[in-house]
Write a protein that binds this ligand. Structure first.
Ligand code: SF4
Length: 487
């Protein structure tokens, strides 16, 4: 049976930005027997083609877009794509994933992977219209926000095209920058910076093909059963009703909701931050990615600032809200909007602001050093002001955009509360109440990541004495030192 009959396009697009040549090649059927999905394919090409100790921002670091055999089929939630490269934040393996509508379009255009190698000296965009592929000048897009770049690319090539782009943060190679398919983000680990180093502003793709499976009748029956199970699941209903933030109350009750830069594990205002509270006050409608019956995404409208965004999701509500002691939802929505526009990761930005607020609390940094911003716990205006500086890389933002690990080097003694592992800022689960996730953060190849393994429930222990809460960062650091691969 050929790979084409098993969900693959059996085609890899190789784009060399140095000599601006685009070529295609077949997948290796023997290798494919050993790999699982798009992640396996990306890991295989990165391992095969990267040079040990290469700088992540050098032309030697390949950047690989991948989809899996289910992408573009009738299986539920099958529109996601991944990007695989060496991370400028961690200097280790990075895979980052994104929903939206780019993944299945890439597959319909006929590609399982797009390998971007080398680097250009001038800004370029990659345009893929099924088998027609070319690079074009992107001078007029360089410097534009993700929204502007997306709009211009779609206007130029037509609405049938899907896009991924980087924002100004990716162009200036910030290690917290991501890439964006409309407002969907592959945010973690600095993937945007790698594309910025290659001077590739983005990709526009149109695909009109389809995906073949071995037994379409049985496949569709199985997909139908999966859809039915999702529709009948109470957990999925909660995800649909209250978005990913439906778990915020539970995580808080367990004492695992990192509060004020991980100083505590419960937030006294958690009831104001649950999915239910957001639904009642701010969410106007639900949207879903390609082939998704869940629609966990919510559109939120910040009335006083007059912006509507896809978000914020649980991790963003935690990072920009709870982790900074903030309940100002308008400030969180607007900060999320700025992150999307300039192309930075909301989890990292929320961590950075929380870290700065603890520096202020400990009198290790002054308002003057922060360009006059009064970064005290709970101050929503300070969140917006610092997010804008980070997103634009201006003023103190020039340092802050480098991430918590780099910032802490400038403030001796702050390493103990710089909440990061291998250079990646930590997500929304406190290891003190969910011990297994501490190990997961420490040994994950991606650094502090909540998407590696699922140890959360294995050691899940409700916190009994909130006042006795202590951070586990020294433990994490010791584990990290043991397991960390730095280059
Ligand atoms: S809408 Fe939510 S659940 Fe559905 S594919 Fe997108 S991210 Fe996943």
């Amino acid at each position: 049976m050929s790979l084409k009959d098993r969900g693959y396009a059996d085609n890899v697009l190789r784009v060399n930005l140095t000599n601006q040549r685009c070529t295609t090649e077949r997948l290796d059927p023997d290798v494919m027997k050993l790999l699982l999905g798009g992640k396996g394919l990306g890991a295989y090409y990165l391992y095969k083609e990267s040079i040990p100790h290469a700088d992540p921002l050098s032309p030697e670091n390949p950047f690989i877009f991948v989809v899996g055999p289910l992408t573009g089929t009738s299986a539920p939630t099958s529109g996601r794509f991944g990007v695989v490269t060496k991370s400028p934040a961690t200097h280790t393996f990075l895979d980052s994933y994104c929903g939206g509508f780019f993944g299945q379009t890439m597959k319909f255009a006929g590609y399982d992977a797009i390998i971007v190698e080398g680097a250009s000296s001038n800004p370029l965009t990659l345009v893929i219209d099924n088998e027609q592929v070319h690079l074009e000048d992107a001078k007029e897009l360089w410097g534009t926000t993700t929204a502007e770049a997306t709009k211009k690319l779609k206007a130029k090539h037509g609405e049938g095209f899907q896009t991924v782009v980087i924002g100004p943060a990716g162009e200036r190679m910030s290690p917290i920058s991501g890439l964006f398919n409309d407002e969907r983000t592959a945010g973690r680990g600095g993937a945007g910076a790698v594309l910025g180093s290659k001077k590739l502003k983005g990709i526009a793709v149109r695909g009109t093909g389809s995906v073949q499976v071995h037994n379409p009748v049985e496949f569709d029956e199985a997909a139908w059963v999966a859809y039915r199970m999702l529709r009948m699941s109470n957990q999925i209903k909660r995800l649909n009703d209250d978005g990913t933030a439906n778990i915020l109350g539970l995580v808080n009750a367990a004492g695992a909701l990192p509060t004020r830069n991980y100083q505590e594990g419960q937030f006294e205002h958690s009831a104001e931050m649950t999915g239910e509270a957001w639904r009642k006050e701010y969410w106007t409608r639900s949207i879903g990615c390609y082939g998704c019956p869940i629609s966990c995404s919510k559109i939120a409208h910040a009335k006083t600032r007059d912006v509507a965004i896809d978000g914020p999701d649980f991790e963003t509500i935690w990072a920009m809200g709870v982790n900074c002691g903030i309940t100002d939802k308008e400030a969180i929505i607007y900060s999320n909007y700025l992150c999307d526009l300039y192309g930075v990761d909301t989890i990292s930005v929320g961590n950075i602001v929380g870290f700065v607020m603890e520096l202020v609390q400990k009198k290790m940094i002054s308002a003057a050093e922060l360009d006059g911003v009064k970064a005290e716990w709970g101050n929503g205006d300070a969140l917006v002001a610092l997010t804008e500086k980070i997103a634009k890389g201006e003023g103190i933002g020039e340092l802050l955009q480098k991430g918590v690990r780099e910032i802490s080097k400038h403030y001796p003694g702050s390493e103990d509360f710089a909440m990061q592992v291998k250079g990646l800022e930590m997500p929304a689960y406190h290891p003190n109440a969910a011990k297994g996730i501490g190990l997961s953060y420490a040994v994950s190849e991606r650094g502090a990541c909540h998407l590696r393994g699922s140890p959360l429930t294995i050691r899940w222990r409700p916190k009994e004495k909130p006042s006795s809460f202590k951070r586990t960062n020294p433990i994490l650091r010791s584990l990290t030192q043991r397991f960390c691969v730095t280059s």
